[in-house]
Design a protein around this ligand. Structure first.
Ligand code: 4AZ
Length: 273
């Protein structure tokens, strides 16, 4: 959604933030804090080129050779894999980049707009990555996993820290815990102060909501993972997709529900490892 806009932002924000900042926590993602270095080893940054390889979206390693991201990060129009690079887990974006080439981009054929759903895509790396304790894939959930409210879930990324407020240098990876909002309740919230008919669904079954006025994902976090701790394992529940602003009242963040797309993912990505 942002793409070319994002180009100037890292440079601009370094100027803006040269002045004493507002009394808010620094970092991408609304609320939360800088992620500890050993956490979220599956987080990646997707890059496109214009003067430099700038961050367009987040993503997650789900296999040594595959990255999961949002459809709107790389589609719906077909993109040349040569125009995208992948940066594996980094504490600070743009510091000592080591960009990996991509051999294939697969956007879900049902994706047209974020509101329409199927906002999911797969990126195949030219070469599998070495798995270490700092870089490793996240597990996908079993199809039966519903992620009810009360589940402990976190979203991570280098995106905006507030509405139209970009992450300032040194661009630390941020994390925030977000409360799951059940689909029916989320749909009710999204109908507030909107003209959409009560009978028209805004939050579709292939979406999942999480966040509140303190904690949310935001622009630039798109494509990144929402992970939940279930039976002592991290499972990727969602892909950052859209929302009406960030951390606004009655507007939780909206994620692509990963369990809705397991069959599609496994058409391309081998199971386990
Ligand atoms: C965006 O525009 C975006 N608060 C991402 C996440 C959210 C809203 C917008 C969720 O990429």
């Amino acid at each position: 959604m942002l793409k070319l806009l994002m180009l100037a932002l890292p440079l601009l924000s370094s100027l803006v933030h040269a002045a004493p900042g507002p009394a808010v926590p620094r970092g991408g993602i609304v609320g939360g804090q800088e992620a500890p270095r050993y956490r979220w080893p599956w987080q990646v940054s997707l890059r496109a080129y214009n003067i430099y390889w700038f961050h367009i979206c987040g993503g997650s390693l789900i296999h040594p050779q595959w990255v999961l991201t949002a459809g709107h990060c790389v589609g719906p129009t077909i993109m040349n894999p040569n125009n995208i690079r992948v940066q594996l887990r980094k504490q600070n974006l743009y510091y000592h980049d080591h960009l990996l080439p991509v051999s294939q981009i697969i956007t879900h054929p049902g994706f047209y707009t974020v509101q329409g759903g199927a906002d999911i895509a797969l990126i195949k790396l030219k070469n599998p990555v070495n798995i270490t304790s700092y870089v490793r894939p996240v597990s996908l959930p079993p199809a039966s996993e519903t992620f009810p409210s009360g589940t402990s879930c976190w979203v991570t990324g280098w995106g905006d820290i507030g509405n139209n407020v970009s992450l300032p240098p040194p661009y630390p990876l941020k994390e925030v815990q977000v409360p799951i909002v059940e689909n029916h309740l989320c749909d009710l919230k999204y109908h507030k102060h909107r003209s959409t008919g009560d009978n028209v669904l805004i939050i579709h079954d292939d979406m999942l909501c999480a966040g509140n006025e303190q904690s949310d994902s935001c622009q630039g976090d798109s494509g990144g993972p929402l992970v939940c701790r279930v039976r002592n394992t991290w499972l990727q529940a969602g892909v950052v997709s859209w929302g009406d602003g960030c951390a606004q009242p009655d507007r939780p963040g909206i994620y692509t529900r990963v369990t809705s797309y397991l069959d599609w993912i496994h058409r391309y990505v081998p199971k386990n490892s």
